[in-house]
Write a protein that binds this ligand. Structure first.
Ligand code: MTE
Ligand code: MO
Length: 238
């Protein structure tokens, strides 16, 4: 790879920062103090740090038209039994190596910018489905908690005992969502209500349902995830 020229880098960096601060204002409107810590550190070199990933959104995966949605094709796939979570009492914890850990209600989450995408869900068991997911970008949640610079992985804990871990770049991809709707309808309990992971860049088993806790860490723990601990590949990219 060729090194990036430094004058290009700083110009690009500035342009991206201007975009970021408007997003910060948007989130600021819901009473949550976004991006301050990240925007403050403008002169760190661009590398695989958290700031670099937040400032350089990866290229989106092409999506499908609404006519391609296959409402019956998404099979329910759950290792255990379906948890019934009360959406009023539900809190999503976002914590770990961060400056501003948060506990968010569904009302808090619904005040954040809504993103919709029509993507293909692919299960290793040999089925796939084109689905629309609607929710918040995980990158917005990560920015809100102000991660420390050494964060490289994200753990997801689920109410059914399921767990997952992702690399930070995949977690901060613009189409990695914490979804609370499927095909523009509230998520059903079987599909992960009140909130679940959804992304076109990872296999189905990476897309945790009933997520109760998102933890940002600098190193992977002994357990890398429910299926990963049983021999499945960790990265599981599409
Ligand atoms: N909490 C939890 N999340 C989970 C699972 C699970 O068993 N528990 N199964 C995974 C698998 S293998 C797939 S293919 C998708 C299926 O999502 P769906 O049931 O909404 O179709 O959820 C994933 N997320
Ligand atoms: Mo799956």
């Amino acid at each position: 790879m060729r090194p990036i020229q430094s004058h290009l880098l700083s110009r690009r960096h500035l342009l991206q920062l201007s975009g970021l601060s408007s997003m910060g204002l948007l989130l600021g409107g819901c009473g949550l103090n976004a991006f301050e810590g990240i925007v403050g550190k403008t002169f760190e070199p661009l590398n695989q740090s958290v700031e670099a990933l937040l400032l350089n959104p990866q290229k989106p995966v092409p999506e499908f038209p609404a006519s391609a949605i296959e409402p019956e094709a998404l099979l329910i796939n759950t290792f255990g039994s379906t948890p019934q979570l009360d959406p009023e009492k539900f809190r999503l914890t976002v914590d770990g190596e961060v400056n501003n850990p948060l506990q968010l209600s569904m009302a808090d989450i619904k005040k954040m910018p809504l993103t919709s995408m029509i993507i293909r869900h692919v299960c290793v068991e040999g089925w796939a489905a084109i689905v629309q997911w609607n929710g918040v970008q995980l990158r917005d949640l990560v920015a809100l908690v102000q991660p420390k610079a050494n964060v490289r992985y994200v753990y997801f804990k689920s109410a059914d005992g399921y767990s997952e871990s992702w690399d930070l770049a995949s977690a901060l991809h613009p189409q990695t969502l914490m979804a609370y709707q499927k095909n523009s309808q509230p998520l059903s309990a079987d599909n992960g209500a009140p909130i679940r992971l959804a992304s076109p860049i990872k296999l189905g088993y990476k897309q945790s349902k009933w997520v109760t806790r998102i933890t940002l860490v600098s190193n992977l723990l002994t357990s890398r995830g429910y299926w990963e601990d049983r021999g499945y590949e960790w990265f599981a990219g599409l």
